[in-house]
Design a protein around this ligand. Structure first.
Ligand code: PLP
Length: 445
């Protein structure tokens, strides 16, 4: 069978390899709208849009056609040595016109990981350029997720991605995870909790020495950490601390970018003023691998000046700004505009969040929070008293497995169930998705 051959030859990513070797997994063969089908023909609603990314679902023909057309026209060219192609030009101009704050230039890479990795390099390059070579440390957050290259996973705060890998690299430090529901003290309001988060960030910067701290990376809404929306006033308070100590702010919009939170950018939803912005995933609806790092004029100017010292800007990938990926990204952006995807997310979000909210009454559920079309459901032994299930019971995994039985793909992040359906999901499809989820919760109870 295909599964037997898969087990024989293929290493899966982010997978319990021993369990996979013994039990295998699921192989998918077909997509249709928000649905995917496995090799046995079983249909699933993709409640995660794959990896929080297939914004236009799994059968958008216009993107296939855009890719095919470009493959015939100019299937490959690079952007080294001052050369390039007009698709990268067009896409860069488009992204700068869409940016949530004034941005100057775009650097294209292939993945979110590479994009954040490049951001770290540029931050180091920049501080060398402006004569602050000691200002190099990078702050991430516990349970933050920024990718899996050595630098981007060092920014991340995912314990299972550190274990056994000698991660993080030196010079990468981490501040609190802003999970209000799980982390607040008895009687502490969201605002007070946010004060505490900001005070702890300030303590960390002071302990490291502000003159050594270069940048802070944050996802507007934390994805891999649990589809976790920030508590009220959190971002205003965090940004004030960063400004005070001259720490650059990188908004990682790899999940939030392009409508997920009900605005084009998470930075708009939470009033963020980033110096750099990374995006990927929904940039191409994930039909092609492409990421984009937007940077401010002051950083770009310093980089240009470095040509006097170093000549060439010594960074680049063979496939960065791949023309087929750029063609698909341009078509994706056209579709978002024509279908007013942001307006659509705003319109269906109440059905999504309101429908999930009803599960707060379920005996397995402690808390439900979300924004736009991203939400997390906390599974708790006692929701009111905030008593978690023993980790060993793996209740999240059980709910995820029951959901799959009912034809729904969701993601268990510990005992937090994440939802990020394709942005094109309709209200009727949301109702069906939540009905399947309800059955899964009942089965798991
Ligand atoms: N940043 C965020 C916020 C992400 O969610 C992810 C992937 O899930 C990444 C970066 C890494 O992107 P990629 O998997 O394309 O390298």
């Amino acid at each position: 069978s295909a599964m037997a051959r898969d087990i024989a030859f293929h290493i899966h990513q982010q997978t319990d390899l021993k369990a996979h070797k013994e039990q295998g997994g699921t192989l998918f063969t077909k997509g249709d709208g928000i649905h995917v089908f496995d090799e046995n023909g079983k249909e699933y609603i993709e409640g995660m849009a794959g990896l929080w990314c297939a914004s236009l679902g799994f059968s958008e023909k216009r993107l296939a056609e855009a890719a095919y057309k470009q493959l015939l026209q100019l299937p490959y060219y690079h952007t080294f040595f001052g050369n390039g192609h007009t698709l990268a030009t067009d896409l860069a101009e488009k992204l700068i016109s869409m940016a949530p704050v004034k941005m100057s230039k775009v650097l294209f890479q292939c993945s979110g990981s590479e994009c954040n990795d490049a951001a770290v390099k540029l931050i180091w390059y920049y501080h060398n350029a402006i004569g602050k070579p000691e200002k190099k440390k990078i702050i991430g957050r516990e349970r933050g997720y920024h990718g899996n290259t050595i630098a981007s996973v060092s920014i991340s705060g995912q314990p299972h991605m550190r274990a056994g890998f000698d991660i993080p690299l030196p010079g990468f430090v981490h501040t609190d995870n802003p999970n209000y529901y799980r982390g607040h003290e008895e009687g502490e309001t969201e605002e007070q909790f946010s004060d505490r988060m900001a005070a702890n960030l300030e303590k960390l910067i002071l302990a490291e020495g502000p003159e050594t701290v270069a940048a802070f990376f944050g996802e507007p809404v934390q994805g891999g950490g649990g589809a976790l929306t920030p508590p009220r006033t959190y971002w205003a308070k965090i940004q004030a601390v960063l400004k005070k100590y001259d720490v650059l702010f990188v908004a990682d919009e790899v999940i939030c970018g392009f409508g997920r939170t009900g605005n084009m950018w998470g930075s708009q939803t939470y009033d963020l003023q980033p110096d750099m912005l990374s995006c990927a995933k929904a940039l191409t609806a994930s039909y092609q691998p492409l990421s984009a790092l937007m940077i401010s004029e002051k950083i770009y100017e310093a980089m240009v000046k470095q040509s006097e010292t170093h000549g060439s800007f010594g960074h680049g990938f063979t496939y960065g700004a791949h023309p087929v990926a750029c063609a698909v990204a341009l078509e994706t952006q056209k579709i978002y505009e024509e279908r007013d995807i942001v307006g659509h997310v705003k319109a269906v979000s109440p059905a999504f969040l309101g429908g999930l909210e009803k599960f707060s009454q379920h005996p397995l559920v402690g808390d439900v929070r979300g924004v736009g079309l991203i939400a997390g459901v906390e599974l708790m032994a006692d929701g009111a008293k905030r008593v978690p299930f023993p980790a060993a019971r793996k209740v999240g995994n059980l709910v995820m497995a029951k959901a799959a039985d009912h034809g729904l793909i969701v993601r268990a992040i510990g005992d937090r169930i994440a939802f990020t359906p394709p942005l094109i999901i309709t209200e009727a499809e949301i109702a069906e998705m939540l009905s399947r989820f309800g059955k899964a919760l009942d089965d798991a109870y």
